[in-house]
Design a binder for this molecule. Structure first.
Ligand SMILES: [Zn+2]
Length: 130
């Protein structure tokens, strides 16, 4: 099982498709931003992370599935992921970006995707720092 390999996961593709269909243009895996966000909308100064429920410890039935073996190993791995997520989000926020998270389990639900778009449209870009 890999957690770091960057690839186009099905949830990511679903979110991108939805954004695109609603006229939102994005860039992918932007390396010059902290943490290489999955999806970046420069116009809204918004970075989106599409988080896998298990890997990032979502409070849902997928996220709370207990690994059968090596429980302690997985628990600390997920805790480390969450810590890293927090760090990345903080770094982006400090640069004036808005960070949005959409969970794997939400990525196929129209209501959740609509809510994400609403949050993006409502986030006003802050003035550039000099
Ligand atoms: Zn979930």
């Amino acid at each position: 099982m890999k957690s770091v390999g960057r690839k186009d996961t099905a949830p990511e593709v679903a979110v991108r498709r939805y954004l695109h269909r609603h006229g939102l243009r994005y860039r992918l895996h932007v390396r010059d931003l902290p943490g290489t966000p999955d999806i970046v909308l420069p116009r809204y100064r918004t970075a989106i992370y599409v988080h896998g429920c298990f890997w990032h410890g979502h409070d849902c039935k997928h996220g709370s599935v207990q690994a059968r073996t090596n429980r302690e190993f997985w628990r600390s791995k997920i805790a480390a992921n969450q810590e890293r997520d927090d760090r990345k989000a903080k770094a982006l926020t400090e640069l004036g970006w808005t960070v949005q998270v959409i969970w794997e389990c939400e990525s196929g639900r129209v209501a959740a995707l609509d809510a994400l778009i609403k949050r993006i449209l409502h986030s006003r870009p802050r003035p550039e720092r000099t």
